[in-house]
Ligand binder design. Structure first.
Ligand code: ZN
Length: 132
């Protein structure tokens, strides 16, 4: 997957001179910001992204990319809504592509007490909590 970059709108606050750039590569989401005096770069590996939230205002969308590692989320505001959705879709698609196929639930049986389906190897029913 080639990386794609999304530039926040210069019409939004904080983005006038040097708009924030959010780049989605095949391994990470990177947020690049710069000011007159500094450059900063934050990234979260795709496999560590817990969620991509989009908060859409009247015109622009904010992105909140949360990681599973407990580090600070990447936030970027002032994106076109279509860009924000695209970023989320790219992340979701990349994560799905990397994840192993959903595994089968394994052998199961019916609980003799409540008849719910439980794992064959279960010793305690997860529905009625009785030993089986
Ligand atoms: Zn049961």
């Amino acid at each position: 997957m080639p990386s794609e970059s999304f530039v926040a709108s210069r019409l939004t606050s904080g983005n006038r001179l040097f708009p924030t750039v959010v780049e989605v590569t095949d391994s990470a989401v990177i947020r690049r910001r710069r000011t007159l005096f500094s450059r900063s770069e934050e990234s979260i590996h795709l496999q560590r992204i817990a969620s991509v939230r989009i908060e859409t205002g009247l015109i622009w969308s904010d992105l909140i990319i949360e990681s599973t590692g407990g580090s600070d989320p990447i936030t970027s505001h002032g994106h076109h809504k279509a860009d924000a959705v695209r970023i989320r879709d790219l992340v979701t698609a990349a994560q799905t592509a990397h994840l192993p196929a959903a595994t089968e639930a394994g052998p199961s049986r019916a609980c003799p007490f409540c008849a719910e389906t439980i794992k064959l190897t279960a010793r305690v029913c997860r529905f009625c909590n009785r030993e089986v």
